[in-house]
Design a binder for this molecule. Structure first.
Ligand SMILES: CC(=O)SCCNC(=O)CCNC(=O)[C@H](O)C(C)(C)COP(=O)(O)OP(=O)(O)OC[C@H]1O[C@@H](n2cnc3c(N)ncnc32)[C@H](O)[C@@H]1OP(=O)(O)O
Ligand SMILES: O=C([O-])CC(=O)C(=O)O
Length: 374
């Protein structure tokens, strides 16, 4: 069994600030957004309701939700200069680099001039991120300059419509709603903390979100959903997965999509997305990757007491929704921007620059030596 670290390396277990947005693992495994259980939200809410909740601390009334959705719809079209920038980013770029550059470019073209404008810029990012990803993707991979202004009712439907260039099925729209809700917020995870550190310098909102996107990109964080896809698709069937995993564990490899810095026994998001992964696999009539995933879960618990995190079952779910693997982590961005920006607002509302100390472990004080004497 893996010994879960009790050291404070990586600031593990340290309190680094206050938030009213989210609790993670308080009862060992739970997750709440502004007091609501994430499983309750995933079963009943839309992503827009959850984004509003994170931004305003309360669920919207019908008229508040209608106005919020209307504002989001009105901001979907990308400025010409941004489309030109996206066209110049090479086909070989990683889509997360496209998202990072797209967000940064938005901050150049439509800068946040004062914090009083922050809500407008949050709507701007929520509305435009699906278009940024899909405009670049279609320009390079289907030789099309797509219209990013769809009539879709939700961000979930809008993203899937732009990607497939057809009307997505209700099953896929509902699965994407759930996925966006599960990914929306997670307390002081690495990318959110990065956004709060940036915000604490009183920088603009696009700079703080650009830093967060770069932080989410890594395989130990959001990039794990893509790495989990690479893992499960490297196995031919569940028995092959068991054999392969045992070899990887013997070689002390990290198994992507397993383990967590805070949860100790389970990630409450995993069981929710697992159900959707099963439904979607059965709908396409191909449960091979899902069956492989289930076996991985069994082996990892038996061998290491490690459990699937939010990313693991997203891999087979997204794959069978026809989403290219490289776009998995950018979808995480389209959702987590709701959480990042809620934290940026919270940091700004009660700010002190985040500037911890370090324990010095270097050389004792010494005199400069001229280069001729070294
Ligand atoms: C949405 C998200 O960002 S969820 C996280 C996504 N990331 C991944 O799935 C990547 C794989 N997982 C990991 O690398 C880790 O579990 C992390 C980064 C998520 C958490 O890291 P930590 O807080 O350091 O984990 P923890 O303290 O529980 O780890 C203790 C031991 O378990 C091992 N361990 C943890 N996760 C794994 C894993 N997935 N595979 C193999 N061993 C693991 C660690 O290597 C460590 O062993 P060591 O002390 O010999 O180095
Ligand atoms: O909280 C973390 O460390 C990582 C995580 O699960 C998330 O950001 O969703």
């Amino acid at each position: 069994m893996v010994q879960k670290s009790t050291s404070t390396a990586g600031l593990r277990g340290q309190v680094a600030g206050e938030t009213a947005l989210c609790t993670v693992g308080v009862s060992g495994s739970g997750l709440t957004y502004c007091g609501y259980d994430v499983a309750d939200l995933a079963a009943n809410a839309t992503f827009e309701e959850v984004a509003f909740l994170l931004q305003h601390g309360e669920l919207p009334s019908q008229s508040e939700l209608d106005t919020f959705k209307q504002n989001l719809k009105q901001q979907r079209e990308l400025p010409v200069a941004l489309r030109e920038i996206l066209e110049r980013i090479p086909k070989t770029a990683h889509p997360m680099d496209v998202m990072r550059t797209g967000c940064s470019a938005l901050g150049v073209l439509q800068p946040e001039q004062s914090f009083a404008e922050q809500d407008e810029h949050i709507v701007n990012m929520l509305a435009k991120f699906p278009g940024i990803m899909n405009y670049w993707y279609h320009f390079h991979f289907s030789n099309k300059k797509i219209d990013t202004d769809s009539n879709a009712d939700s961000i979930a439907e809008h993203f899937l419509t732009l990607l497939s260039q057809t009307k997505p099925s209700e099953l896929h729209i509902n699965a994407m709603q759930v996925s966006l809700i599960l990914y929306a917020e997670h307390e002081f995870n690495a990318s959110t903390f990065a956004s709060r550190v940036a915000a604490s310098t009183l920088t603009d909102i696009y700079s703080a979100v650009t830093g967060a996107i770069g932080t989410l990109r890594g395989p130990l964080h959001g990039g794990a959903n893509e790495a989990a896809m690479a893992l499960i698709s490297s196995f031919t069937d569940p028995d092959d997965a068991e054999k392969g995993l045992m070899a990887m564990l013997a070689a002390k490899d990290k198994i992507m999509g397993f383990g967590h810095a805070v949860y100790r026994t389970s990630d409450p998001r995993s069981v929710v997305i697992q159900e959707w992964a099963k439904k979607i696999s059965e709908e396409v009539g191909d449960t091979r990757l899902y069956d492989i995933s289930e076996r991985c879960e069994k082996v990892m618990w038996r061998e290491k007491e490690l459990f699937p995190n939010a990313d693991f079952y997203h891999a087979s779910a997204y794959h069978h929704m026809g989403i290219p693997t490289d776009l998995f982590t950018p979808i995480f961005v389209m959702s987590r921007v709701a959480g990042w920006t809620a934290h940026i607002k919270e940091q700004r509302a009660n700010n002190r620059i985040i500037r911890p100390n370090a324990d010095y472990i270097g050389e004792e004080p010494r005199k400069y030596q001229p280069i001729s004497e070294r």
